[in-house]
Every structure is written in structure tokens, then in C-alpha cells.
Design a protein around this ligand. Structure first.
Ligand SMILES: NC(=O)c1ccc[n+]([C@@H]2O[C@H](COP(=O)([O-])OP(=O)(O)OC[C@H]3O[C@@H](n4cnc5c(N)ncnc54)[C@H](O)[C@@H]3O)[C@@H](O)[C@H]2O)c1
Length: 338
């Protein structure tokens, strides 16, 4: 009998979504790992993972020859070390976003990935969100013509998350634009390419416990004469959303990841946007099942890997440029040379 694709999942908080995605795909769960024993047991029971496959030390998964691939859903600061170790151990890796927080860590990961024959995929989950996927299809079909403006926002209230300042998320290197805003930046990169220059302003009124801006607005210049905007607020007083707009010469798309509908404007015969269509979409802003399928297809050579380590690093590089511009008050050209 052919061996099943066997995976290990490290870090089970957001990692439980990946565990669910892997189980739905039909993968063999070779091991689950979390430092918190109670939580590990709870997840093990929920997904019928036998006790001998539940670990508190990720090296038990690292050293298990039966495991083909791992999903890393551990704190951002651990990604570099763990990716490198798992590649050295011959495992394919899917790692949560952001790929890493520092330029040095990004470079080391890209380097390790380029020297390995294993796959490294970065889990930029918005690339699997139904509304955002539909928008990409509409853009690529040319339905809204030549794009001239794009915008996305990442609005999420971290007040409760950052009530405890001893946690890894409170690291000043994990600026909101990098930690969460990377979703909006990556989405626009996916739609229209790498921003060539950014300019940003920040403000700080909502999260007094951190010493960096909790809201940032950036304007971006993309290739092909496209302009754009990314707004990030990590203290906002509203429901989580990533409202996203794409303006083209023949139409406009308005969508987000928390609404069951999106709107598509197209021009009528007179060239005016006199019609719009409301498109129904699933609300699934953590579509880990599809993400896992894409990872497996890449591992088995069924499809090229799009969200590589280099891609993940470029998204963070664009975020770094936004943070730097807000600090310096100067336009910044992101450095994509890894
Ligand atoms: N794609 C998304 O939308 C999304 C959402 C949330 C978080 N994330 C990312 O996922 C990662 C994890 O975030 P989270 O929200 O789950 O964090 P968290 O702090 O809520 O949970 C991390 C889990 O990992 C465990 N852990 C920590 N170090 C470990 C180690 N060395 N070995 C085994 N387990 C370990 C902890 O016990 C904890 O249960 C981060 O990179 C974060 O940026 C992505």
C-alpha cells in the first residue's frame, strides 16, 4: 500500500486549524506538538490522535523518519530556527505568516530553502479566502480592465491579545504592519506585484502598552503605473475585517474576508459603470483545508509552489519599508534582494 502523506503540526493554537485542514485532506497525522500539555491532550482527543503521537518537544517530530512534512504554527521568532532544522531533517515545511520578523532571519530562511530540495511554503491564508480568490480570478480574466488603483486594510483589535505584555506578540519587532498587516500587503502583491516605493504615516492612540504605532496608513507605487493604499489598525474599535478594493479601467471590485457577498461593477455600452453584480461567497477567512491541499500538490509535484520562502520574505520586506517610512517621514524603496 502506498504510504500516506504524513505530517506533524507544531503549535496548536492557530495550528489546530491546520490540523483540521490536514485531516480533511486525508493526510496521516504523524504527530502533534505543543508546549501546553492540557491543550495538547484536548486536541489529541478531539482529533483522535493517539497518545504516543502527542509531543511537548518538537524534536520528537524532527527525528521521526515517518513524517514527511511539518506545519509550523509557532511564534514568529521561532520560525527561522525551526524551518532550518526541519529542512536539515529532510522535511517539507509549511510555516505560518509572517515568515520572520527581521531581515537577517528572512535571509537565512531563503538561503536554507534555496539549498534544500524540500518545499517551504508560507501560509499567507488570504490567498485562499474565497472572496479574495474570486477577485483574483476576475482580475486575471481582464473583466475590470487595466488596474490603476488597489487598496486593502487590516483592521483588528489586539487590545485583549496585548493585555499580557509578556507574550511573544508584544515584541517591538512585531509591529502591527508586519504581524497582521502583512496579510493586506501580501494580498496586494498577489494582485498587482511588488510595490516599488512606499510612503507612510503612523499614529498611536489605542494601545498605550506598546511603544510603536497602532495605526499606519501607507501609499504604495506598484509596477505598471498602479497606485495603492494599505491601512493597518491593530487597536480599532470594530469587527475584524480586510476590506479590499480593486479599481480597473472597465470595472471595480469591492470585497472583504468577513462578508458573504462581494460587489463587481462593470461598464455598460456607454462606458459608464451603470451595472453591478452582487456575488455570493463563502465566509472562510482561514481556509486551511485549501491551503493544505495547495501545499500537498506542491510537495507531490502536481502544481508549482507559489507562496515560496522568497515570496514570504518579499511580503515582509514591503512591510519593513512601510514601518521605516512612517518612522523616517521619507519614501522608501523596499529591498527584495534576498
Ligand atoms: N494566518 C493567520 O491568519 C494567523 C492567525 C494567527 C496567528 N498566525 C501566526 O501563527 C503563528 C502562531 O500564532 P498563534 O496565534 O497560534 O500564537 P499563540 O501564542 O496563540 O499560540 C502558539 C502556540 O504554540 C505553542 N508553542 C510555542 N512554542 C512552541 C514550541 N517551541 N514547540 C511547540 N509548541 C510551541 C504554544 O504553547 C501555543 O499553544 C504565528 O506565526 C502567528 O503570526 C497566523
Amino acid at each position: 500500500m502506498e504510504k500516506k502523506f504524513t505530517v506533524g503540526i507544531i503549535g496548536l493554537s492557530v495550528g489546530r486549524i491546520h490540523l483540521d485542514g490536514a485531516v480533511r485532506y486525508g493526510a496521516e497525522i504523524g504527530g502533534i506538538c505543543d508546549l501546553k500539555e492540557d491543550f495538547l491532550e484536548e486536541m489529541g482527543e478531539k482529533y483522535n490522535i493517539p497518545a504516543e503521537k502527542r509531543f511537548t518537544d518538537y524534536r520528537d517530530i524532527l527525528n521521526n523518519k515517518e513524517i514527511d512534512a511539518v506545519i509550523l504554527a509557532t511564534p514568529d521568532q521561532l520560525h527561522r530556527q525551526q524551518i532550518v532544522e526541519f529542512l536539515d531533517a529532510g522535511k517539507h515545511v509549511m510555516c505560518e505568516k509572517p515568515l520572520a520578523l527581521t531581515r537577517e532571519d528572512l535571509g537565512a530562511i531563503v538561503d536554507a530553502a534555496s539549498k534544500s530540495d524540500r518545499k517551504v511554503m508560507v501560509g499567507q491564508i488570504c490567498r485562499f479566502t474565497p472572496a479574495f480568490v474570486k477577485a483574483k480570478e476576475i482580475i486575471d480574466a481582464g473583466t475590470i480592465g487595466d488596474i490603476y488603483y488597489v487598496e486593502s486594510e487590516y483592521a483588528h483589535d489586539y487590545m485583549h491579545i496585548l493585555a499580557d505584555m509578556s507574550i511573544w506578540r508584544a515584541d517591538p519587532l512585531r509591529h502591527g504592519v508586519i504581524g497582521g498587516g502583512c496579510h493586506a500587503v501580501d494580498l496586494l502583491r498577489w494582485y498587482v506585484g511588488d510595490p516599488v516605493e512606499v510612503f507612510a504615516y503612523g499614529t498611536h492612540k489605542l494601545l498605550p502598552q506598546v511603544d510603536y504605532d497602532d495605526a499606519t496608513i501607507s501609499v504604495l507605487k506598484f509596477p505598471n503605473d498602479i497606485i495603492g493604499k494599505v491601512f493597518v489598525s491593530t487597536g480599532c474599535k470594530r469587527d475584524y475585517t480586510m476590506r479590499t478594493l480593486i479599481y480597473g479601467t472597465k470595472g471595480t471590485i469591492i470585497c472583504d474576508n468577513t462578508s458573504p457577498t462581494m460587489r463587481l461593477y462593470t461598464v455598460g455600452e456607454n462606458g459608464m459603470a451603470e451595472e453591478y453584480e452582487t456575488i455570493e461567497v463563502d465566509v472562510n477567512n482561514h481556509n486551511a483545508a485549501r491551503e493544505f491541499e495547495v501545499f500537498a500538490d506542491a510537495v507531490f509535484g502536481k502544481a508549482p509552489l507559489e507562496m515560496t520562502a522568497t515570496e514570504g520574505a518579499k511580503t515582509v520586506a514591503a512591510c519593513h519599508a512601510i514601518v521605516e517610512s512612517a518612522k523616517s517621514g521619507m519614501p522608501v524603496k523596499p529591498d527584495y534582494n534576498f
